[in-house]
Design a protein. Structure first.
Length: 284
């Protein structure tokens, strides 16, 4: 695996591979890689001839009081994992090239409406930061296929819309959520939790999603009641609940009572972390 840091190097290497007729798969990440990221790499490998992973902790998607400075940066360990998983090229991007005049003094991409819901309500500017950096990374790498995790379902929905609206020539694939044995969705931010928080409290988030899914499938249609129940269970376990929204899978708008495909998106604060999760399902 080659590791490169500059846009020119990425473009030189990929243009040669593209001229050989190879399909380029791309997995953008912020590093501190875990099993969830590796699911994306495996999916990219299935659909493409070469796999490019980027690691970049994007300052534009962090709010002023968020964890940009403390976000875990584990480059050597990440490189080792990517080598073991057969990745061809690692692009470790640098802010001097991504935002040469500063991140606020850069062209921004916004996917409006969608970016103000759910996580966008407690993290203003978050999705603008993501849409901007993903656009830039797509233009640098020019992948045929890019893989994103269903764990960040709002991000995946926003990227799909951006690609469709802007006619970007890339296929977007979603990869299923990788979970720890307890059911907790894998996340770099799980590392902020104490052992007790991680093992005993954090899995409650997924348990609340499963309980609401089962209730809906058993015929419950009072979504406000389900939200109140989930908030109460989360708070009792030790979370500060953020949202628990039962939505249409395409639009992520609140579900109406006759929709069949549903997704529940949930988020909560626990210790030093803010955790998110979701669940897709059909009802009869
Ligand atoms: P991040 O490094 O957190 O920005 O995540 C990079 C990519 O990995 C995103 O597309 C995430 O949705 C995806 N991802 C993170 N955690 C998981 C997980 N537990 N399961 C599947 N995909 C994930």
């Amino acid at each position: 695996m080659q590791t490169v840091h500059s846009i020119a190097e990425v473009q030189d290497i990929i243009s040669v591979r593209r001229s050989e007729g190879l399909r380029i798969g791309f997995v953008p990440t912020m590093g501190n890689l875990h099993g969830g990221h590796l699911t994306l790499v495996e999916q990219a490998k299935q659909h493409c001839d070469i796999v490019v992973v980027s690691i970049y902790v994007n300052p534009l998607q962090f709010g002023p009081n968020e964890d940009y400075d403390s976000y875990p940066r584990t480059m050597e360990q990440d490189q080792q994992l990517l080598i073991e998983h057969g990745v061809d090229l690692l692009y470790a991007a640098s802010t001097t090239e991504i935002y040469p005049e500063g991140s606020e003094n850069h062209t921004h991409v916004s996917v409006e409406v969608l970016d103000g819901m759910h996580c966008g309500m407690s993290r203003p500017g978050f999705f603008r930061g993501i849409a901007t950096v993903v656009t830039k990374l797509f233009n640098i790498v020019r992948p045929d296929v890019a893989v994103f995790g269903e764990k960040d379902v709002q991000q995946l929905t926003i990227i799909r819309k951006m690609v469709k609206d802007m006619c970007m020539p890339v296929d977007i694939l979603g990869a299923p959520i990788a979970r720890e044995e307890t059911g907790l969705a894998m996340s770099s931010r799980n590392g902020y939790l104490s052992r007790e928080e991680r093992e005993d409290i954090a899995p409650t988030l997924y348990q609340c999603l499963l309980a609401a899914k089962e209730a809906i499938q058993a015929g419950e249609s009072d979504f406000d009641l389900l939200r109140r129940d989930a908030f109460a269970k989360m708070a009792q376990a030790g979370f500060k609940p953020d949202y628990f929204n039962i939505c249409n899978t395409e639009t992520l708008l609140p579900a109406t009572h006759n929709e069949k495909s549903l997704v529940i998106l949930a988020a909560g604060f626990l210790g030093k972390a803010r955790l998110i999760d979701n669940i897709y399902f059909e009802r009869d």
